[in-house]
Write a protein that binds this ligand. Structure first.
Ligand SMILES: CC(C)(COP(=O)(O)OP(=O)(O)OC[C@H]1O[C@@H](n2cnc3c(N)ncnc32)[C@H](O)[C@@H]1OP(=O)(O)O)[C@@H](O)C(=O)NCCC(=O)NCCS
Length: 416
């Protein structure tokens, strides 16, 4: 029998030990490292929306996780979203369903609190896909020389930001969240750290004292020990207007004599349009003839945990100007009690759950694909072409394509 509960003071040392072993990449080895990690974890717990939980068997802590009570912009609606991070299991107790029980708890915890959506960053996408999490917008990694960025006429509105600018930075971030589908609002736990770490720099664009964009970055020394060669790592890039973007790009361009390469990891998939030479510094050539611009990877994953509620919550969003009724059959092997059929009537694309009546067509898919589809991370057409959605009768394929086609994929800069 397992008990899952919030961690208490007496549990932290054991949890830190479990984490240190589960994530050797964190480099938490000595007692000092462990104290430092504990301090950081406890600091994060000061935010009321962050809480660590542990799974106990015979009163022994075997694994833990961190839950985030997030609020996400989903098509301009504020949707309560449960975030899962720092999942770790005692090395001795792996493959004993500790993680499975924790994820079941996580889903149940948020569902009973009225949440309809959950999100996580996977250590292995297939592990969480099996549990019904669908891929979000992919991550793009660009590596390019600063001189490839546009150099405009001016960077007169750009300056270093300091701790005094934090309120303005948060306000700018909040406005960006309001206009960007997928963004998580409550990211203070991340933003508050920007001016704490002296290795992290932040440069902003201000128009008449109003902050309309910023870039957070740090330098990374060349691993070959050439101390004059440095990469610039972009941690966060936010802008509200094209002029802010261009001046920030000019600022980055002018680092070309000091910076060997700029590395960007995020969800901007069209960044190579901005570059003078779109090729990555890796200079890879793809068959039959494609110059590598960037590399791509699966990052954040989402699982809808209450389909009907989510449709109701985003009722003000038009899915595409279609009038039809569809029955959606959703499989969920991880949470079988949530496998269900929902009938949705779309009036000019606005969705409403109906409880009886006829439907024009029926589609069936797994909860993982449904979660990616409803959030606009993947178009219906791709899932259908790959045989991941069945639709009947097939004459409604183009209607479904129009319904589930989004111009903006969800963007998430929160790390958790
Ligand atoms: C990754 C990690 C958390 C896995 O923990 P674990 O407790 O060993 O995993 P579990 O035993 O619960 O394995 C998951 C089980 O859920 C089962 N499962 C998954 N989806 C299922 C589904 N739809 N229906 C039924 N069972 C399902 C899996 O089959 C698996 O059981 P099996 O081993 O019998 O096949 C652990 O190895 C760890 O701490 N790793 C290092 C840290 C890390 O990477 N954390 C993850 C960060 S996101």
């Amino acid at each position: 029998m397992s008990v899952i509960r919030k961690l208490q003071k007496k549990d932290w040392d054991v949890f830190v030990d479990i984490l240190a072993n589960a994530y050797p990449g964190f480099g938490v080895i000595t007692d000092q490292d462990k104290e430092k990690m504990k301090r950081r974890l406890l600091q994060a717990e000061k935010y009321p929306y962050i809480n660590c939980y542990g799974l106990f068997r015979s009163k022994k802590l075997l694994g833990g996780m961190r839950l985030f009570d997030f609020v996400m912009n989903v098509y301009s609606h504020k949707i309560m979203t449960g975030g899962l991070g720092l999942v770790a299991v005692d090395l001795i107790h792996k493959k004993e369903k500790v993680c499975k029980e924790m994820v079941e708890f996580f889903i149940d915890h948020y569902r009973t609190r009225g949440y309809s959506l959950t999100a996580l960053y996977p250590f292995r996408p297939d592990f969480y896909k099996k549990m019904g999490f669908g891929y979000g917008t992919t991550m793009q990694q660009y590596i390019f020389q600063p001189g490839n960025l546009p150099r405009g006429d001016s960077k007169e509105h750009v300056r270093f930001l300091t701790g005094r600018d934090l309120p303005a930075l948060k306000a700018c971030f909040r406005r960006f969240c309001q206009t960007t589908h997928g963004m998580i609002y409550n990211c203070d736990y991340m933003l508050d750290r920007i001016f704490v770490d002296p290795a992290v720099k932040c440069v902003g664009y201000l128009q008449k004292k109003h902050l309309c964009g910023f870039v957070v970055f740090s330098f990374k020394r060349d691993p070959q020990q050439n101390w004059l060669k440095n990469d610039l790592i972009i941690h966060n890039l936010v802008w509200e207007r094209p002029d802010a973007f261009l001046e920030l790009m000019t600022f980055l361009h002018t680092q070309l004599d000091q910076v060997h390469r700029i590395r960007y990891g995020g969800q901007l998939e069209h960044l190579h349009w901005v570059l003078h030479d779109p090729r990555s510094t890796e200079c890879n050539l793809m068959h039959p003839l494609g110059h590598e611009t960037n590399t791509q990877g699966v990052g954040i994953m989402y699982k809808v945990i209450n389909v009907k509620k989510l449709f109701t919550e985003i009722g003000g969003h038009s899915f595409g100007d279609e009038n039809c009724t569809v029955r959606i059959d959703i499989q969920d092997t991880f949470t079988p009690q949530q496998a269900q059929s929902v009938t949705v009537r779309f009036s000019h694309g606005y969705a409403k759950i109906i409880h009886k009546g006829r439907y024009d067509f029926q589609m069936s898919l797994d909860i993982a694909e449904f979660s990616s589809l409803i959030l606009g991370a993947v178009p219906f057409k791709s899932l259908h072409n790959y045989g991941l959605i069945n639709i009947s009768p097939p004459s409604f394929v183009s209607t479904a394509e129009n319904l589930f086609f989004f111009h903006d994929k969800p963007v998430c800069t929160a790390q958790f």
